[in-house]
Design a protein around this ligand. Sequence first.
Ligand SMILES: Nc1ncnc2c1ncn2[C@@H]1O[C@H](COP(=O)(O)OP(=O)(O)O)[C@@H](O)[C@H]1O
Ligand SMILES: [Mg+2]
Length: 396
Amino acid sequence: MIPRLTLDLFLTTADSRQSLAALARHGALARCTVRSHDGGLAAAAAHYAATPTPPVLVVEDEGGDDLSARLDRLAEVCDPASRVLLIGGVNDIHVYRRLRERGVSDYLPRPVSAEHVLEAIRALFHDTQAAPRGKTLAVWGARGGVGASTLAQNLAWTASRHLREPVIYLDLDLAFGTSLLSFNLDAKQTAADALANPERLDEVLLERYLIEYDEHLRVLAAPGDPAGASSPSLEGVERLLDLARRLSALVVLDLPHHWCGWTRHLLTQADELVLVATPDLPNLREVKTLRETLEPLRGATAAPRLVLNRMDAYRKTQLAAKDFVANAGLAPALTLPFDPLLFGDAANRGQMLGECAKSHRVPQALAQFAAQLTGKAPDAGKSAWSVAGVLQWLKA
Ligand SMILES: Nc1ncnc2c1ncn2[C@@H]1O[C@H](COP(=O)(O)OP(=O)(O)O)[C@@H](O)[C@H]1O
Ligand SMILES: [Mg+2]
């Protein structure tokens, strides 16, 4: 079975386009998203300069002298974990070997059929352990009520639009999670059900528990009922996360403000960790403590990213960004203003900020931040809010 993944096609010849037209509707790819683009290797290299690469690319070489140079240009912008299947006009074992050495997963000489391509994809993932896994982004509030869940939900939503691939938001605040209200959803099953019997959980069951918010974002909600929420096991949480990663390009973990074995494990293991804090002393202390606790576990290269939220709610007494840099050792990657109208309106409607106020600078800054977290940031430096916010703060 071919796992759920996104597949991009770059085809140059009419023959290949015709032969592979049926691929998108093929039953073997029922769980996959197939996207067709114009052009071959050069077009793919140009496209991925600004866009994250999906797990599988099927690219047809347009021909010409320097195939190696064209491949190198693609390799420069392609995530190393992405698999490239190359279609070309040469049927020669030496060429095949050279391409494999350059990182091409398989080479398919023309003419190709949908079956050839499917066979090559099956070979990539014949072992379920080889199936691509989505990245993980954990969001942790330095203290309760700082806006961590709101940011986790909005980052999941905006990242899914940037990636144009499946994103899963896991509300792991089993007792008090608010995702059903925030996304205005109804759920029959929740994360508490998934974690009650984790040994029964598989991809099919998890798919049933997930609620579709839109084309790209699915939600595993929390029951929001302390009575029904028992503490999950580390093994259960790991299993749930592994399955969610097999079903998506990104899993956003909304963690409760509760320090225990499984939360510490997720804070340590997540590919990206976002700490949300408000600019006051208790938050500063928690950020410092957490950074110091996690640094030996995560390593210096996987430093958490700090978001300072609710800025200017207490303008006269709030701490400055430079205090966080000097005392907690972290500079804010993003600062967001206290804006009760914007956040309150979104909360009341059960919508994301970008749905209520698309052109507002807060959802725009969140979109840019999500793009940085998930790979390629569009228009870096264009949305000045975060950068200007930090500079303004550093001067304060
Ligand atoms: N920048 C902000 N300005 C105004 N209200 C905010 C802001 N960020 C979050 N909120 C509001 O704060 C409340 C608590 O947010 P929540 O995300 O549940 O916090 P946490 O998960 O950290 O406990 C929510 O009502 C949310 O709408
Ligand atoms: Mg929360």
